[in-house]
Design a protein around this ligand. Sequence first.
Ligand code: G6P
Length: 370
Amino acid sequence: EAIEKGGYPHFMLKEIFEQPRSIYDSMRGRLDASTGRLTLGGLIEYQNRLANADRIIMVACGTSWHAGLVAEYIFEELARIPVEVEYASEFRYRNPIIRENDIVIAISQSGETADTIAAVQIAKAKGALILGVCNVVGSTIARMTHAGAYTHAGPEIGVASTKAFTAQLTVLTMMALFTAHKKGTISEARFRQLLVGLETLPQKVEETLERVHEPIKKIAALFKDARNFLYLGRGCNFPVALEGALKLKEISYIHAEGYPAAEMKHGPIALIDNQMPVVFIALQDSSYEKIISNIQEVKARNGRVIAIVNEGDEVVKNMAEFVIEIPKTEEILSPILSVLPLQLLAYHIAVLRGCDVDQPRNLAKSVTVE
Ligand code: G6P
């Protein structure tokens, strides 16, 4: 097992550090920014169907559901197709409405999650076109769907999903671009820009991991005994807040909530006092000004602000107790970078609390029963 961990103390840490590679592998042979080429072999014959879809419904569970939530922003922005993201467990019991021009995308690392399998069965019975985004080749969901695009993250052993998530975001972004290009909802120049953005991600992921690892360890040591954590983000980084909170809950057993930052005033703000760590994803994007006011609201109540910011951000640095800097990228690609410090924070807090990081209590890697 020590050999399989490749010198890392846990599979989770190894998998976090494998992300430059797993993202690269998920793009390899599929895109080339220099020639403006983007092909998803399994989806070529469905490109028209995608471009003409009236609606996309994503079904998934857990971390894969969070990937769907990020992809909702990306598909709507680029391809202008309305997207709904459903918990597979809810979708399957709701007599869902599926119309002729709807497309269902099932997202699952293992391809074996019982609720997602059932959701696919129901959608299939209603005649929908079903596409899969799975990591395990030949898995049940991969076989049941009409077509799909695999993530190539390699085997993920740690129960808390890390590299599968960023690979899902990579593939879903490529699917959105592939659809938008066919549909003509994106200019050629913007298409090219985003291909370049994708191509440069593995390098930026590597830089981010190197840069944030030590500072995150220090923050983990300071906050390891916190009883609660709040994670806040906006736009496509709102689902990253959910994912950061989920990671912490799963492996450190600290209660954590993720929220859209603006929604804080309708509830979580009541919890904020000088004991409450609040992790903000505060990047210099279209939500920047808004998130700054949310940081002020937390500070006014003595909350302890830890902010994920873009490198060189002086404004948030002067407001937050701690800042973690990540490189700039396109807004819709930024979740792939902003989630990295949150994965590491959960990991280090769990290790310091003596938790079994790779095999957290009560959780399974793949939930094959209902
Ligand atoms: C379990 C795992 C999670 C995973 C979820 C969905 O809860 O512990 O890490 O996100 O199942 O799994 P899937 O294989 O369908 O992506």
